[in-house]
Write a protein that binds this ligand. Structure first.
Ligand SMILES: Cc1cc2nc3c(=O)[nH]c(=O)nc-3n(C[C@H](O)[C@H](O)[C@H](O)COP(=O)(O)OP(=O)(O)OC[C@H]3O[C@@H](n4cnc5c(N)ncnc54)[C@H](O)[C@@H]3O)c2cc1C
Length: 553
């Protein structure tokens, strides 16, 4: 269908794309015209959607949808690796302990047990399907990232872990005749019949609209990085699934917990390219504008402190610096240049394109929005609060990350809970009679034709960065909520894909701001200057945000 469109995302990935051209010919040949009905719809072709589709293909026809190229997803950008207790020195109980500790008091124990206990099997399966994790000789090599008590991060091609996992999952899916793919199909809304989600409305790249019905829909639409003006996420991360689920009436949980990655490249006209935590794991240190190493004064773990601690420390150093457009620096100049180049080839080459040689230069960085711990509330089988609607991966909230995700747990989450959601949908197919028709469940279609979606989106993104970012307060959150309420009157009419994204970003921004306002404490990635401590008595709970307000359960 659109074989030519496998545009690459990062400047460093051209050779990878060329190397896989044969593979994409296979995938493209599996793309077909859209049917009016299919047993299962999976929205999203990242790690969660692909793993679910593989499980579903045993039982029925599966349609996997992506709004851009199949390769454009957060999964493709994941560098550092995937956490799993598989090394001889590690134990599942230690992975569990680290996950629970990082989540700062509100990790769902059930979800965390499932993640760490089923993780090794999912990884063995990935290896059996051809994933090439890095090895020394025949032994898998594990590295360490912040807040892990053991070396347990598997990586692939140095720093291209997500890309390699995505490649292997696609390759496996391509062998299953029940799976078909449709790239460049934007899911604009969900369909509901008799209280059950039974399909989706799509807008193609050419603006063609079509409805596809199914027995159930899985939203594996990824994250919400583009709610913020600075983000490590690719452009597809506009919270579409979360916004659609919210407007259909699904429960949305823990939206105040947005993880800001401390170290994104900060160079004029360059994207906020992520500089993996694994760099600090290998010994990189942070220096302020005066070139002083500052992390030891903020935390005993220094550069290896949890992400929220490092991000806030950097935000503070930037605030107290008197320079006009300050940065802090990541310093690897004391490490062996050959090792840096070999261990982080993708990061090395990408930075070089912006005239930064990470082996010999101080690398200018700032934090950026990176990962959403909250999302569509699901049970341990990926079921949302709406019959027929499932969610997995970054769009979902099982509670496994609590208030702060442990580094490299999210690819694993996509695999483990993607597979589980696939199994649950499969089991349910047996006793669901497929609906052929439905009613669109989306937000009211009103909106201003005059409103320029790009201008609208940038306004919301800037506001969110300034007022609902790394450090929040009642004052900043009130200003944000008022702005977003007024902006509701200027929503772009849902006449194009970009307008729909603008509306989704606005919805997610409201959910984040309202949840952050309601949580009168600081916990994990959510930090308020007016409530800097935990309040366990009232808030050692998950938030659920609805039309009428926020409750804690
Ligand atoms: C730069 C970066 C580095 C990272 N590094 C790591 C790491 O080292 N280890 C780790 O564990 N995690 C890492 N993460 C996080 C991790 O990559 C993601 O959380 C995970 O890949 C999410 O997978 P997913 O399947 O849920 O969503 P994604 O991989 O983001 O896939 C989303 C899919 O949904 C589709 N989609 C979205 N909206 C629509 C719509 N309206 N219609 C149709 N399709 C739609 C997209 O086209 C895409 O196919 C990183 C993230 C980033 C951005």
């Amino acid at each position: 269908m659109r074989n030519r469109r496998y545009r690459t995302e990062s400047p460093a990935s051209g050779s990878w794309i060329r190397g896989l051209s044969q593979f994409f010919v296979t995938i493209s040949s599996k793309m077909s015209k859209l049917p009016a009905y299919v047993d299962f719809i999976v929205v999203g072709a990242g790690v969660a959607g692909l793993r679910a589709a593989i499980a579903l293909a045993e039982t029925g026809k599966v349609l996997v949808l992506a709004k851009q190229e199949l390769t454009e997803s957060n999964t493709q950008y994941a560098q550092g690796g995937i956490a799993v207790a598989l090394s001889d020195e590690d134990e599942i109980s230690l992975h569990l302990q680290d996950t629970i500790q990082a989540g700062d008091g509100i990790v769902s124990a059930d979800a965390a047990h499932i993640l760490v206990e089923e993780g090794p099997e999912r990884i063995q399966e990935l290896i059996a399907w051809g994933t090439e994790f890095d090895r020394e000789g025949t032994r898998l090599t594990f590295t360490r990232e912040a807040a892990h008590s053991r070396d347990r991060i598997l990586h692939a091609h140095g720093d291209s872990t997500g890309r390699e996992i995505g490649r292997a999952l696609y390759a496996k899916a391509a062998t299953l005749k029940n799976i078909s793919f449709s790239a460049f199909e934007f899911t604009a809304s969900l369909h509901m019949t008799a209280g059950r989600i039974c399909g989706v409305d799509l807008i193609s790249a050419e603006g063609r609209m079509q409805t596809v019905n199914s027995s159930a829909v899985l939203l594996a639409t990824g994250g919400a990085g583009h709610v913020y003006s600075n983000t490590t996420n690719p452009a597809v991360a506009t919270a579409d699934g979360i916004a659609m689920a919210f407007h259909a009436g699904a429960e949305i949980s823990d939206m105040e917990f947005v993880q800001f990655h401390p170290t994104a490249l900060y160079v004029k006209d360059a994207p906020r390219f992520l500089l993996s935590e694994a760099l600090r794991g290998e010994g990189a240190v942070l220096r302020n504008a005066e070139l002083h190493r500052f992390m030891p004064k903020y935390n005993d773990a220094a550069e290896m402190a949890p992400r929220d601690v490092v991000a806030r420390a950097i935000a503070h150093e930037l605030e107290v610096c008197r320079l006009k457009d300050p940065v802090v620096y990541l310093d690897m100049t004391h490490l062996k240049a050959d090792h840096i180049r070999a261990r982080f080839p993708r990061i090395y080459e990408t930075c070089l394109q912006y005239n930064v040689d990470i082996a010999i230069d101080l690398v200018p960085i700032r934090p950026a929005a990176h990962y959403l711990m909250g999302g569509i509330k699901t049970d341990m089988q990926g079921r949302s609060s709406l019959p027929g609607l499932y969610a997995a991966g970054e769009a979902a909230c099982t509670g496994v990350h609590g208030a702060n995700r442990l580094a490299s747990n999210s690819l694993l989450e996509g695999l483990v809970f993607g597979a589980r959601a696939g199994h649950a949908m499969r089991d349910e197919l047996r006793h669901v009679s497929p609906a052929k028709d439905g009613e669109a469940k989306t937000e009211p279609a009103a909106g201003s034709q005059a409103s320029d979606p790009e201008h609208f989106i940038q306004g919301v993104q800037r506001l969110m960065w300034d007022k609902v970012g790394i450090v929040r307060s009642r004052q900043s959150l009130m200003e944000a909520i008022e702005f977003l309420q007024k902006a509701s009157l200027e929503l772009p009419a849902p006449s194009s894909r970009r307008s729909c994204e603008g509306r989704n970003i606005h919805t997610a921004a409201q959910l984040i701001a309202r949840s952050a306002m309601a949580r009168l404490e600081s916990r994990g990635a959510h930090y308020r200057t007016d409530y800097p401590e935990h309040d366990d008595a009232k808030f050692r709970k998950h938030s659920i945000v609805g039309e009428k307000g926020v409750r804690f359960v």
